[in-house]
Design a protein around this ligand. Structure first.
Ligand code: F6R
Length: 242
């Protein structure tokens, strides 16, 4: 495991973008596993900037995202597909047919999950998987639980997540109650993992994940077993780690 410490969010974003760029430069047809959330926004902005300067070429890149809400379409501003288009895909020369996100509109969960596992395997496997981390140590939508979920699966969102999301929707009925997410086995199968964390709210989870016991109660703790893990975090997120 390598840990890079950044001064602040901007510095972390730049360092993470550097690592992702190196992957694309070394392997122009790389398969990138991508994440949404607030953490990677700065990194995506940096990649877009370098693309616009002519330093990066995404024409041969394939991407597979970690997760998507079930029951909303990619046009919905809250969907992860929409997020990816807005923050990255719309601004670079990637072939959108080679950008994959679980199909939120597939009502049959078994079918949606089996199809997504097949998509991942057809890509030939993820070269570099980007991860954020939840304050409870979740990765993707793999929440703390009794066991590590292996492949793509459907998760019931917790009451508090549903309530927190309600403000983004016109009515409570429209708020997604479930999501599709890659499982731990999918994530661990990536050849390289890039975990990015910023802010003091992540410090405890990051410490437990990198140095605590490996347990499904802290899903990210499984990353200790990955042979090629790079962590980029700011001083605040590394506060507990000396
Ligand atoms: C996003 C995802 C989540 C986030 C995590 C951290 O696709 O899978 O696990 O990475 O919730 O979110 P932020 O970056 O918003 O703190």
């Amino acid at each position: 495991m390598i840990i890079y410490k950044g001064k602040d969010y901007q510095d972390v974003s730049r360092k993470a973008a550097n690592i992702m760029s190196a992957q694309i430069i070394m392997k122009p047809d790389a398969v990138l596993g991508l994440a949404t959330g607030s953490t990677p926004v700065g990194m995506y902005a940096q990649l877009v900037e370098w693309y616009k300067k002519g330093d990066l070429d995404f024409s041969q890149v394939t991407t597979v995202n970690l997760d998507e809400y079930k029951g909303i379409s990619g046009d919905n501003e809250q969907s992860y597909r929409y997020f990816m288009n807005k923050n990255l895909f719309d601004h670079i020369n990637i072939d959108k047919n080679k950008t994959f996100v679980p199909d939120g509109l597939e009502e049959n969960s078994d079918k949606a999950c089996a199809e997504y596992n097949a998509v991942i395997s057809r890509t030939g496997g993820v070269d570099m998987q980007l991860l954020g981390i939840g304050e409870n140590g979740h990765i993707g939508f793999n929440e703390p639980g009794a066991a590590f979920e292996k492949e793509t699966h459907c998760v019931d969102l917790t009451e508090s997540t549903i309530r927190a999301n309600a403000r983004f929707f016109d009515s409570m009925d429209e708020v997604p109650k479930q999501a599709y997410t890659m499982g731990i086995k999918n994530i661990m199968a990536a050849r390289k993992i890039l975990l990015v964390a910023t802010g003091v709210a992540k410090a405890e989870a990051l410490y437990k994940s990198l140095y605590g016991p490996i347990t499904p109660n802290v899903p990210a703790s499984i990353l200790q077993l990955h042979l090629d893990l790079t962590v980029v975090a700011d001083e605040a997120a590394l506060a507990v780690i000396r």
